[in-house]
Write a protein that binds this ligand. Structure first.
Ligand SMILES: Cc1cc2nc3c(=O)[nH]c(=O)nc-3n(C[C@H](O)[C@H](O)[C@H](O)COP(=O)(O)OP(=O)(O)OC[C@H]3O[C@@H](n4cnc5c(N)ncnc54)[C@H](O)[C@@H]3O)c2cc1C
Length: 222
């Protein structure tokens, strides 16, 4: 099982010399080569051509959370806009949310400008409720987004999709078929990526408790 980020295999850092133990003169030193430090150093160097910017990294670039994340580029700070508004006030929360929307489009432009081949796809974001509590939370979030004039596509309410007496206008089987197709394509893609990168894996059902799935995986490995 691989635990190192796949992009380190792609030779992204090949040929770059990292001086260690040397004294370096710089105008600004940025500590930490994760997304935050790399972004700060990049934007500083771009805004002030000629400025000597040193990036100090104790381990590897992307060696922390930045090298292990899911790679989803989306707006928002934390999970809940109402909680943010409660903490900061409505207007500051809205301003912060808007700046995260700008950050998403900045990253998109950055990828184009620098020719970063990261397979970025702008797919939109679907927030779904699995319980009545979730539904209440999403409804509160949608209402607040509407009040603060933040963009979203509105919410679609499907009632009791798993129950027999369905009261919906949409056809849940069509939704499930689409969902199943997307999952199958995703699984096929993951299988291929695992195969291409010699990653061993075992498919587990989400209905299987994690400890049992892990035990089955470990005995399969033996
Ligand atoms: C499993 C997981 C999934 C995630 N999924 C997503 C996602 O889909 N979308 C999203 O937007 N965010 C996601 N995140 C969050 C995101 O990855 C982090 O918010 C982000 O990477 C933080 O970046 P950072 O640069 O602040 O920290 P880090 O990436 O942790 O970088 C800090 C760096 O500083 C270095 N360092 C620390 N101390 C020193 C020192 N004294 N001297 C020199 N160097 C030092 C470390 O070695 C490290 O490389 C996810 C996080 C995790 C863990």
């Amino acid at each position: 099982m691989k635990s190192a980020p796949l992009w380190l295999d792609a030779g992204a850092l090949a040929g770059i010399e990292f001086p260690a133990g040397e004294t370096v003169d710089a105008d600004v030193a940025v500590v930490g080569g994760g997304l935050t430090g790399l972004s700060a150093a990049y934007h500083l160097a771009a805004a002030r051509p000629g400025a000597r910017v040193a990036l100090l990294e104790a381990d590897n670039l992307g060696g922390g959370a930045s090298g292990r994340n899911t790679g989803m580029l989306g707006p928002g700070v934390g999970q809940s806009l109402p909680a943010l508004a409660q903490r900061l006030g409505r207007e500051p929360a809205a301003a912060l949310y808007r700046s995260t929307l700008e950050a998403v489009s900045d990253v998109r432009s950055l990828c184009g400008r620098e020719g970063i081949a990261c397979d970025l796809q702008m797919t939109g974001q679907l927030l779904r409720a699995r319980s009545r509590g979730d539904r209440r939370r999403l409804a509160r979030q949608a209402a607040l987004m509407a009040e603060l004039e933040l963009p979203f596509d509105g919410n679609i309410l499907f009632e009791d999709l798993e129950a027999l007496d369905l009261k919906v206008t949409a056809d849940p089987r069509a939704i499930r078929d689409t969902y199943r197709q997307v999952v199958q394509e995703f699984v096929a893609d993951m299988r291929k990526k695992c195969h291409d990168n010699s990653v061993d894996y075992q498919l587990i059902s989400t209905a299987t408790p994690l400890d049992r799935a892990l035990a089955s995986y470990l005995s399969w490995r033996e």
